[in-house]
Each structure stands twice: as C-alpha cells, then as structure tokens.
Design a protein around this ligand. Structure first.
Ligand code: ATP
Ligand code: MG
Length: 275
C-alpha cells in the first residue's frame, strides 16, 4: 500500500509499514508491534515532534557518548527495522560499537539483525556468540559481550526494557534511553532518559555529536549542566502545556459558540419587541 505524502500522519504510517514488513521477515516480534503502538499513543500527546526538553537530553547524550571510552549502541528488532541506517551513521560519527541485544532472543533473529546493520554499512557488529551475562537478569535476556554492552561505560539503549536498563545502571554505566513513555521504568531508571521518537532522537543525537565533536569545552559544559530530574520535570511541564492548550481551545470554542447563541437570542428578542 502506498501512503500519500500529503497524509497528515505520513511519517507514522511509514514507520508502521516498515515494522509490519520486518515482522513478516522475522526481524520484529509481535510484542514489538505492541510496543510501537504504545509509543505512538505518547507521540500523539507530544504532538509528533521533538520537545525542547527532549532536545536538551539528546544534546547531553551526544556529549556523554563523545566523552566515553567504550560507547556502545544496543540494537533490537524494532530499532533495526526503523533506523538501521541512522544507527550506523551515529555509531560512525561517535565512533561507537554496536551490539544486537534482544529481549526475545533467538540466534537466527540475532543473525538477521546483524545482516541488516551490515547492509547499512556497519562493520564488527556484536551479537552472536555472547561471552558475558548482565548480573541480576534472568534467562537469555542477560546475554551480552565483554567488548560490547557488558564492558561499555556509556550505553545507548533505544526501546529498552525497564529491568535491563536498571541492571545496566546498577553495573555503573551511563545509560541513555530513548523511549516515548516518560512513565516507563526505562525512562525512570536511565541516567539520561530521552523522551522522543526513535528515528528523530537518533538523527538529533548524531547532529549534536557532529556539533560537539569540535567543541570539547561546550561538550563538557553540557555534561555538567544536564540534570535528569529537572529534564524529566520539563517533559511533564511540556505535556501539561500541550494538554492545557487542547483544553483551552475546546473551552474557548464552547465559550465562543455560547456567546454567538446569546447574541442570536438577543437579536430575536429585539426583533420580537419591534414587531
Ligand atoms: P518498561 O519495561 O520500561 O516499564 P514497557 O514494558 O512499557 O516499559 P517495553 O515493551 O519494555 O515497554 O518497551 C517499549 C517502550 O518503547 C514503550 O514504553 C514505548 O512507549 C516505547 N516505544 C515504542 N516504539 C517507540 C518509538 N518508535 N520511539 C520511541 N519510543 C518507542
Ligand atoms: Mg518492559
């Protein structure tokens, strides 16, 4: 199905189509489609655009990725389906390692995702044959690489699960999450929660990486200035402002129509008096 460019929700529908195609190819799991739906609902509330507080978090994330000695980007099925090219470009700009790390892990799916990333230009993608376990996590979800997420000092985890984000923070890592739900445990646990849509966030982080690469003093200032609780509070203030605007526009509409009705009634009364 081709989606007309003029459709008001064009980007969102394109993303949906990409995920469904990736699901048919065994890259995305059905749970991934549900997760996307949850994200879309939040994106509606945010107005389907990057908020000012999200930009602040994205800039802080870029500054931390540049300062890291072992930065790693974690990739799952949804991330590979939605933003493989963008992730590879970001990894190259930092430069950072890439590890395929799945919640619903099967070895064929890991290999398929590695191939997608290689097709987008990545080299040395980690994922198959893991050699470490994230402490405090049960089952296959804990599997990782010593040269990848396990040994990283800064890890970017787009669309991560809350338990694993928490376990990575417990290991002493700087955990940067991308999750449209500011209430998810991932957003609540991450060192730098980015509340924005995945593709937009990755592109913004890359832009900031390129900007801050040649401005180390500014990058250091950005790292010092960032406050996670202040930033999350700003995300909620933004939501409040958005919802307030929507409420006021309804209330305003109601008031205007009430005024019109009153004017009409008055006019009729005047006409009646004249008759
Ligand atoms: P948690 O385990 O952190 O409490 P959860 O169980 O609600 O969260 P998961 O299924 O573990 O959610 O992860 C998916 C998260 O990613 C959801 O919070 C959803 O809002 C978010 N999400 C899904 N698609 C996108 C996207 N394209 N961009 C940004 N966020 C997204
Ligand atoms: Mg979860």
């Amino acid at each position: 199905m081709t989606i007309p460019r003029s459709h008001p929700r064009y980007e969102s529908l394109v993303r949906r189509g990409r995920l469904v195609r990736a699901w048919k190819r065994g890259i995305v799991v059905p749970e991934g489609l549900v997760a996307q739906g949850r994200g879309e609902a939040w994106d509606y509330l945010f107005g389907e655009g990057t908020s000012a507080p999200a930009l602040v978090a994205e800039r802080a994330a870029a500054a931390h990725l540049l300062a890291a000695s072992r930065p790693v980007i974690s990739v799952n099925g949804n991330v590979a389906a939605l933003a493989a090219k963008e992730v590879v470009q970001l990894a190259r700009a930092i430069p950072a390692g890439i590890e395929v790390n799945l919640f619903h892990r099967t070895e064929p799916r890991v290999k398929k995702i590695v191939r997608i990333l290689e097709g987008a230009g990545a080299r040395n993608v980690l994922g198959p044959r893991p050699n470490a376990r994230i402490p405090g996590i049960e089952s296959k979800r804990a599997l990782s690489h010593r040269d990848g997420i396990f040994g990283a000092d800064v890890v970017l985890v787009p669309l991560e699960d809350g338990d694993r984000a928490e376990a990575l923070v417990r290991m002493g890592k700087i955990v940067i999450s991308v999750d449209l739900n500011p209430l998810s445990r991932t957003s609540q646990r991450a060192t730098i929660p980015i509340v924005d849509e995945l593709t937009r966030a990755i592109l913004n982080i890359k832009k900031f990486v390129e900007e801050l690469k040649t401005a180390p003093a500014e990058a250091a200032r950005v790292r010092r200035a960032y406050r996670r609780s202040g930033n999350l509070a700003a995300v909620f203030s933004f939501l409040e402002w958005r919802l307030g605007g929507l409420r006021r526009s309804l209330a305003g509409g109601g008031k205007a129509s009430r005024t019109k009705k009153r004017r009409r009634t008055t006019r009729r009364a005047v006409v009646r008096q004249r008759q």
